[in-house]
Design a protein around this ligand. Sequence first.
Ligand SMILES: C[S@@+](CC[C@H](N)C(=O)[O-])C[C@H]1O[C@@H](n2cnc3c(N)ncnc32)[C@H](O)[C@@H]1O
Length: 227
Amino acid sequence: MDDNAPEEAFAALKSEHLGVWGVAQIAAGTGLAVYAMWVGILQPGFRKVPLKLQVPYIPASKAQVDNVMTLLRGRKGGLVDLGSGDGRIVLEAHRKGFTPAVGYELNPWLIRLSRFHAWRAGHHEKVSYRREDLWKVDLTECKNITVFLAPSVLSLLQQKLQAELPDDALVVAGRFPFPDWKPCRIEGHGVDRAWAYNMQTQRQHIFKKNDTLKDSISELTREKEST
Ligand SMILES: C[S@@+](CC[C@H](N)C(=O)[O-])C[C@H]1O[C@@H](n2cnc3c(N)ncnc32)[C@H](O)[C@@H]1O
């Protein structure tokens, strides 16, 4: 065989134009790889979750984790991260003294990754990652809750939290705020920002809003009756 064969073949390849067929093959290959990654790694666990409630995995930035922890300063007891991803918030919460620190996550690969991170950090017996659908978790005993989920599901999550959490619970949302709640504190800027919500204040705020709505309806009814 000619010693220069690989170099010649490479030079020939470089000089060849890809053409439409080549581009189509590369596009199809890339699409297939992305699809395989989605089905095999990112999507497992989500088959029973309605499409509109499926939230992709995006890890919180270091600054975002710090902002969430700043808002939790002074709080005690357990902490729950809803949709815990690779477990970074739970691990940091444990380091800050929250016990138990629990993450709920549907994706089994992310649960494994979280446990690996905890094991590597020497805290694997102190934190817990559970493969459960966050919409089905009973939150009535939770005092500290963190979330980093898509804005499309936050309105529905507000209702679940309002219905289940005790009055003295604190909810911290990363990157996206809850649409109708009033934060008691905000930390950070841009995509790293985090919002803290006191549950009792939310309930009072909602009662006030409902009362104002009721007053307006009664006023309108009275006006209508008098005409
Ligand atoms: C944007 S990531 C946030 C990850 C992590 N909390 C963080 O701050 O780095 C949202 C996570 O929620 C998980 N998730 C989405 N819907 C879920 C559900 N119904 N039950 C449990 N986990 C869910 C996703 O798999 C994803 O890992």
